[in-house]
Design a protein around this ligand. Sequence first.
Ligand SMILES: Cc1cc2nc3c(=O)[nH]c(=O)nc-3n(C[C@H](O)[C@H](O)[C@H](O)COP(=O)(O)O)c2cc1C
Length: 201
Amino acid sequence: MSDRPRRIVIAITGATGAVYGVRLLQHLQHLPGMETHLVLSDAAVLTLHQETGLQRREVEALAHVVHKVRDVGAAIASGSFQSDGMVIAPCSMKTLASVAHGLSDNLIARAADVVLKERRRLVLMVRETPFNLAHLRNMTAVTEMGGIIFPPLPSFYHNPTTIAEMVDHTVARVLDLFGIEHALAPRWAGMKGAPAAAPDA
Ligand SMILES: Cc1cc2nc3c(=O)[nH]c(=O)nc-3n(C[C@H](O)[C@H](O)[C@H](O)COP(=O)(O)O)c2cc1C
């Protein structure tokens, strides 16, 4: 049994929803035995600022290790670097396309390529609406390669009252995919009572 830290690569790309990456980093920052490796795309720096008001350095301060998106010589660019997988949160259609076609044209796409080839867990929080056929085909290709397409779609059955609750509910499901403990969102325990009008049996 390895005593290395649990390593998760987190990439934030320029799709809307930068807060998902931020919340992941915030949760993992102080979790014992965890080591996050962060890569921000250039477009992510824009969306982070637009959507959260955070500067690059403030987001990078949430990670244990930071890599530059053009540094394809970084540790996470090699399969010999052992990690538990990678989350792209959120994942733009551009980065999805790059991963789907194995382009490895920057460190995010290369790290994802490595995670796929090493058969580790890759979660793409893809975000666009509506989808065109290229998007759909690229999602299918990543799924066929073993990646997990995880659009950050909010759920309503837990009766959220704030955006933060909606975000955390989604982030919690991503953490579940890696078996990482959290108390970000309550777990479903069945319906709260009989519906006002029960459907016919
Ligand atoms: C405010 C803003 C929101 C965006 N939202 C999305 C989005 O939801 N999905 C997407 O695929 N691209 C979106 N884009 C466009 C991407 O940022 C753009 O395609 C960029 O080249 C992606 O590069 P990256 O994957 O290297 O981050 C958005 C851009 C901006 C400025």
